[in-house]
Write a protein that binds this ligand. Sequence first.
Ligand SMILES: *Cc1c(COP(=O)(O)O)cnc(C)c1O
Length: 367
Amino acid sequence: MTETLQFSRHLSDHPASAERRGQILADPGFGNYFSDHTVVVDYKEDQAGIGGWNNARVEPYGPILMDPAAAVLHYGQEIFEGLKAYRHADGSVWTFRPEANAERFNKSAVRLALPELPDGVFVESLRELVAVDQGWIPSGDGAALYLRPFMIATEAFLGVRPAREVSYRVIASPAGNYFGGPLQPVSIWLSTTYARAGHGGTGEAKCGGNYAASLAAQLEAEAHGCKQVLFLDPTNDNAVEELGGMNIFFVFKDGTLVTPELNGNILHGVTRSSVIQLAKDRGLRIQERKITIDEWRNGVAAGEITEIFACGTAAVITPIGELKTAAGDIPSPALAGDSVSMSIRAQLLGIQTGTVEDTHGWLTRLA
Ligand SMILES: *Cc1c(COP(=O)(O)O)cnc(C)c1O
C-alpha cells in the first residue's frame, strides 16, 4: 500500500524556553520530559469498510481529547515503537534502522487488528517531528532523542471488534542513560510466578498489553532489590526468553554469543539483530538457540559463561550482574576488563552517533 500524506504544521504558541530546555537536556533521565510537538495521523473506515489515513499533522504537544468509550481504554488495542534520533558532530540528525521499526510496527498492527501504516509514512512522521523539535536532542554518552510512535483505537464502541477509528501518533522524549547514573551491571529478578507472553499470544508484537502484563512481576523484582525481570518459558525446560523490554545475550569463554531463538514469544529486537551482525563481523560464533536457567547457573559456576547482557534501543547494551531467584541466586560472572559486550556497545553507539563508519547502511538522515 503506498499513499502519500501531506503533513500540515501547527506550531506551539508555548514552547519550552531555551533556559528550561537547557536544564532538562543537562539531565534528562529516561521518559521524563517531552518535546514541544507531536505528530498525529487519523484513520477511519467509511460505510463500506474501506479505511484511509488522513489529516496528517504536526501539532503542539498536549493532552489527547478522547471519548471515554474509546476502544483503547477498554480493550487495550494499542501498539508502539521506540527508536532514537542522534545528533552528529556536523549538526545533522540521524536515526538507526527505522525501516526495521516500520516493518515491526506493521507486524504488530496486524497482530492487534489495527490498520497498517502506508509505506514511508513511519519514517516521514519522524522527519516531521524532528524538523520542528531537533533542539530537544541531548548530547553526551548514550544520549539521544527517544522517538515513540504509537497507534491507538479511538473509536467509541464497547462491543468487542477491531476499531474502525484509529490514531497514529509520535512523541519525542530526550533520553540519557536508561537506568540512570554511570553504566553498571543491573541485577535481575527471575519471575516464576508470571509470564509476559505465551504460545500464540502477543509476545512478538510491541504492544502495551505485554508491558501491562509485566508490571506485577516488575513489582516483585523491585521488592527483591532488582531493576528488571527475566521471563522464562516454563513449558520448555525453563528456557530463557527475555526481559520485560530487552533481549538477552550470553558470552561464552570461547567467544560464542548465545541468544534465545525467536520462538514467537520473543520480541524481534533491532538492537538484537544489530548485535548479531556486529558479532559476526568480528568473526564471533553466534548461536540463536534455547538456553535454560540450568545452563545459565552451571555455565556461570564453571566459568563457561563470561558475560551476560541485555539489549534494546532504550538501554543500548547493559551488563547483567546477579540473577536473583526464589530458588537461590546465580552470581554475576566475574566481569572481564576488555568485555565483548562493552566493546560491541561502543561500536554500536559509535555508528549511531557518527563516530564509527556505518558499513551496513543502518543510518537514515532525519534532518
Ligand atoms: C522493544 C523491545 C525490545 C528491544 O527492541 P529494540 O528494537 O532493540 O529496541 C525487546 N523486548 C521487548 C519486549 C521490547 O518491547
